[in-house]
Write a protein that binds this ligand. Structure first.
Ligand SMILES: Nc1ncnc2c1ncn2[C@@H]1O[C@H](COP(=O)(O)OP(=O)(O)O)[C@@H](O)[C@H]1O
Ligand SMILES: [Mg+2]
Length: 510
């Protein structure tokens, strides 16, 4: 048996012993007390009866010997009474004050000096009143205490013996009936813990007692638990696999999202480049034409001067034309320069972009200008209602992205291919809110699809260059970068409005 088993046995046996001993001692003490009490009563009663009998006997039998005061015959007469442990001493005093003391020889000397009860009886001769002497009996109940002590000792001995016998019997019974099956059960449980399937083999088959029932239950339970654990393990393995698959799918999705974001950025940059290139090309064309004109006019002036045919009105007219051409060159180069500046601003990275004070009204005007060529291509008649000089401190690129996404959608989705239509872009500052809205009179969006417009990857033109990220990006810019709100209102066959509201204080990135 291992140490643990031994501890259990000691614990169980010990506890049972203590309980049994306590019960036994209690019962024994109760019984002893009753027994001692009764013995005490009985012994005292017997003592009194014996004493009375002795007094009675002596009072009748020894008067004559006292009268004669014959110590020899008195000793013989009193001798038997002196073996009574309750009588300490008998004293005889006759009428002549002769005294005879007879101690109880059977008692130890010292106890004879103890406190005693004296009984004095006047002795008379048959029928006479005159006393012939006195007999004094010294009695004591000390011996009763001794007897009671003996009884108690005997009972204690019996009790100890009983407890020892009971302890041995109990220990034996416990070991055989309880601890042995428990040990077997424990061994079976340990074996099950170390086994693969965890099933407890019933070690108490045929015992046909409560332990066997417990073992059967444990065995059944272990079987069920083992089954459950197996199912859980399988489910866990499945879950692990599922998790790995989901992680893989998520990774793929992220990669796809990154790729699409990249392509969306490139697409919007591409359209901006195309717009700006066109816008720069126009003033450049004007400048080249003007310079060619100036060159022609200067050549003409030189020829006329050399030939001496130049008249004053001719000179004035040529100089006027030269002045006009120079102005054209100046205005067109500054327009081109402005466009290039805007282009630089638009092409800046949104997130990393520096915050600065700028005129939002003018900026949106510039973005629209850069897209004008594309709008024309799609036959979009864009009407602008921009409240002038709304000055904010923010990142302009965010607003460029918003306007470009809104207008791109009008071009791509609002009207059937090949057809154009009307669109209104509004900017206003109302009650501490910057309001930007884009309304078209196009085909609209079905009610059930409106809530999906801001979902990433939601597009109705999949496979034809749309990624479904435009409004998702716009939503993030408005919600997270500018802490505003964006909503879509649309009626089919009537048109769509995107409403953006940005708190003015949030528009100020202090
Ligand atoms: N002005 C609009 N008119 C009609 N439908 C629109 C308009 N703007 C957006 N949509 C719808 O919302 C969808 C999501 O737009 P967006 O996120 O920009 O993705 P994408 O333009 O790549 O399709 C579009 O595919 C289109 O169905
Ligand atoms: Mg779009």
């Amino acid at each position: 048996m291992d140490n643990r088993g031994r501890t259990i046995r000691l614990k169980l046996t010990g506890k049972l012993m203590v309980v049994m001993a306590a019960i036994l001692i209690f019962c024994q003490l109760l019984l002893s007390a009753t027994h001692l009490y009764q013995s005490n009563l009985q012994l005292n009663k017997q003592h009194k009866a014996r004493l009375d009998a002795t007094i009675k006997t002596l009072a009748q039998s020894i008067a004559i010997d006292v009268w004669n005061f014959n110590p020899g015959s008195l000793e013989v007469l009193l001798g038997p009474h002196l073996t009574d442990p309750g009588i300490r001493k008998i004293e005889i005093i006759d009428a002549g004050e002769n005294r005879l003391e007879l101690p109880n020889q059977t008692l130890s000397g010292s106890s004879q000096d103890d406190a005693v009860i004296e009984k004095a009886i006047e002795l008379t001769l048959g029928g006479q009143q005159t006393s012939v002497g006195q007999i004094r009996i010294y009695s004591s109940t000390d011996y009763i205490a001794d007897e009671l002590k003996q009884i108690m000792l005997r009972q204690t001995g019996e009790m100890v013996l009983l407890i020892l016998i009971l302890a041995a019997g109990l220990s034996l019974a416990l070991s055989k009936l309880v601890l042995r099956p428990l040990r077997k059960l424990n061994a079976a449980l340990t074996a099950a813990v170390n086994s693969k399937d965890g099933i407890v083999q019933n070690p108490l088959l045929g015992l046909e007692d409560e332990f066997e029932e417990v073992a059967v239950s444990i065995s059944g339970l272990s079987g069920r638990l083992s089954g459950d654990i197996k199912t859980i393990s399988e489910a866990k393995a499945d879950l692990q696999q599922e998790k790995e698959r989901t992680e893989q799918a998520l990774n793929n999705l992220k990669q796809t999202q990154d790729a699409l974001l990249q392509s969306e950025k490139q697409a919007s940059l591409g359209s901006l480049v195309a717009g700006v290139a066109h816008e720069v090309n126009t003033p450049l064309g004007v400048v080249i034409t003007s310079i060619t004109c100036i060159n022609d006019m200067v050549q003409q002036l030189l020829q006329d001067t050399e030939a001496g045919t130049l008249t004053k009105p001719q000179l004035v007219s040529q100089l006027d034309k030269l002045n006009e051409a120079t102005h054209l060159i100046i205005s067109n180069t500054s327009r081109a320069s402005q466009l290039i500046n805007n282009f630089k601003l638009l092409s800046q990275e949104q997130h990393g972009e520096a915050q600065r004070w700028f005129n939002l009204s003018n900026y949106i005007q510039d973005v629209v200008t850069s897209m004008q060529e594309q709008l024309n291509e799609h036959q979009i008649k864009l009407q602008l209602q921009l409240e002038p000089d709304i000055i904010i401190s923010s990142m302009p690129g965010l607003y460029a992205q918003l306007v470009s996404s809104l207008l791109s959608n009008v071009m791509e989705h609002a009207f059937p291919k090949g057809q154009g239509g009307n669109c209104l872009l509004r900017l206003a500052l109302r009650q501490n809110e910057v309001c930007l809205s884009c309304s078209d009179q196009g085909i609209g969006i079905a009610p059930e699809l409106q809530k999906r417009v801001f979902d990433p990857f939601y597009t109705t033109k999949l496979g034809v260059g749309s990624s479904g990220l435009g409004m998702a990006i716009a939503y993030r810019i408005v919600k997270f970068n500018l802490q505003g709100d964006i909503q879509v209102h649309s009626v089919e066959q009537q048109g769509t409005t995107f409403d953006i509201r940005i708190p003015y204080h949030a528009a100020q990135f202090d």
